[in-house]
Design a binder for this molecule. Sequence first.
Ligand SMILES: Cc1cc2nc3c(=O)[nH]c(=O)nc-3n(C[C@H](O)[C@H](O)[C@H](O)COP(=O)(O)OP(=O)(O)OC[C@H]3O[C@@H](n4cnc5c(N)ncnc54)[C@H](O)[C@@H]3O)c2cc1C
Length: 406
Amino acid sequence: MNRIKILNKFYLLVITVLSFTSCLKWAARAEKKLPDETALHRTYEYSGKVIVIGAGASGLAAAKVLEKNNIDYTILEATNRYGGRLKKDTTLADFPIDIGAEWLHSAPITLNKLKGKYGDEIDEELIPYHLDCTAIWNGTEYKVNPSWHNNFSYNFMPESKFKNTTWYDFVNENIAKTVLQNIQYNSPVVSIDYTNNQVSVETLNGSNFEADRVLVTVPIGVLKSEKISFIPEINQERKDAIKEVTFHPGFKVVMKFSDKFYPDAIECEVNNGEKGYYDIAFGKETQDNILGFLCAGDETQKYYNLSSNDEIMDSLLYELDQIFDGKASSSYSGEYILENWGQYEFTLGTWTQAFQEKKSNLKILNESLDNKVYFAGEINDPYKQMGVPGAILSGYYSTDKLLTDQ
Ligand SMILES: Cc1cc2nc3c(=O)[nH]c(=O)nc-3n(C[C@H](O)[C@H](O)[C@H](O)COP(=O)(O)OP(=O)(O)OC[C@H]3O[C@@H](n4cnc5c(N)ncnc54)[C@H](O)[C@@H]3O)c2cc1C
């Protein structure tokens, strides 16, 4: 064994020990940052009118607080559905599949915080995402990871998935249910004028809405695209902060096979972003073989250059055939779902990772415009969670500010 190999082994050992002693545990740190209580536990006396822009997890969470306190509010949603980057399919398999967010990256107790439930005992049945068999593919070589690698990954970030349900259902059941009557669909907001005491919000079809305070929960991709004009214009500092946040383009594919020829997960090596295949049915009680594919970042362009979703599928099958000696095309059922979040007009990206962004930018993005226009959404989460929990908690946090700022 040469010196470099010995050194590599030594570094691995150090990292593994650190991980098991919890020094490096992302999830443990995230759990400590969860708030004891949220706006769901408080009561508010607010007599003004509120407009919430966007009916994703964050906007729905904000609305839940407004509803609970009998506050006059309307949710303006650009599309004809609620949920935003949460969506589920029940047609492809004998279990419901999340087409958007899928994993709970944080500790299970987070689910209680999102619902406003006290205590550690959760109601949901979860699958610990502790994989047995994973591999790496660099385009020419396929390598199965040793089991310590899988243990290390799980110990560092003990994620989980819903056993019989989805993120979409969780939000639907615990957050959205009581606020649906106040959503106005097909209402893309194009301008927010906060010059006067009353904020004036205009939608694409020319309708105008007035409110005392407005909560903007659109994805950072929509703010980057400048499809919403702010009057007066937002300052340069905020424009720069919006520009600097990383929001990769990307898409998710769900495909069905007659055989399970693949391991639990295959990470594909890419330069900037993420790409990988994974067994969506991992831990589920199912007869179906459902493989997922996620791509976000620079690699996405390669697929966007193809002329149709069918061509993207051909390219994925070609790659899988290369790895598994043609087993992909021979067992492919021809059924797939491709959700192109990066090119949807009202998303324009995949996910943000607030903990990787500059603190000063996050602070700017969370400031209100003259105590009249407030912001919430996954990037506005002050508790440094990720994804859906971050989006929901930011909805509660910013609504608390909106209702209490003098
Ligand atoms: C493929 C994929 C996989 C993911 N995986 C995970 C995961 O495993 N775990 C996890 O926790 N998170 C995951 N995420 C991230 C997670 O989905 C988001 O963090 C969360 O759903 C964001 O919620 P939000 O309310 O902030 O934004 P959104 O859900 O994007 O909601 C914003 C809403 O605003 C609406 N809107 C946009 N523009 C306008 C306008 N001009 N006027 C009116 N309405 C407008 C949109 O239509 C949308 O309904 C994933 C995301 C993607 C795309």
